[in-house]
Design a protein around this ligand. Sequence first.
Ligand SMILES: [Zn+2]
Length: 303
Amino acid sequence: MKTFKSILEFQKHFNTDEKCRLLLEEQRWGSTPACCFCGSTHVSRIKGGKRFQCNEKECRKQFSVTVGTIYENTKIPLVKWFYAMYILSNHSKGISSLQLASWLDVTQKTAWFLNHRIRQMLTEKAPELLSGIVEVDETFVGGKEKNKHKNKKKVSSGTGGKTIVFGAVQRNGKVNTQIIPDTNLETLVNAVYENVEDGSVMVSDEQGSYKALKRNYQHASVNHSAKEYVRGAAHTNTIEGFWSLLKRQIVGIHHSVSPKHLQRYCNEASYRYNAKLLTQDVRFINALSNCEGTLKYSQLIKK
Ligand SMILES: [Zn+2]
């Protein structure tokens, strides 16, 4: 894709729905369009534009590139989707529906819908394993901040209604988060295996569980209770910084979040944190590549 120096350049380039659609087609199919219903590549473009005809005898269905994506069945022009996506994937804190409505010249309800859908597209579907120096930690959402470290000790006997989030952050790299049911040895060890590459240097606080991983990872710990927050490279400041970002987003914007939705908010906060490392164009393209959603393409083509 062409790269853009500014939002003005971006707007100038994607100024018609057709241009937007061509990018979506290229991204979804490359140079070989495939039927959204049967998967066959025996298809032809219907004269005049956006729709294709499947030429398989049993199928014969018509489709366009938006079938099975979040753009399907919305009346919002692709030009506005693209603009909203460019803004939202690049804005560090997200923007209100009211603001988006006035920028795009759409109703507030439409802007709300866009905001909501795009937020889902920003979720990283398959986070990579972290490596190098990786800080690991857990936090409790829903309880009082000041009791965090005290709570950590009590938690093996129940979380007191709080939700536990495991987090791992690579120094100068990305963060991964995962909701976990408890802080038992097995749970924490599994969370590390799922998020951190073998052989990494792992830094945690004094919680004993991570030490069990010595065979796979080099381990350094920080003793919080002794106020030993920083000991050379062995500190957990990065993950602590992420926790406070996460909590500010949850408390500041949404006041409280039910456990059921918490992973989505964690994903959103991680996306923003991780996107710092990307260029504006890449952020936009990443969001765009997650457009298969309302109806999964794989479900559609399943026989
Ligand atoms: Zn077909």
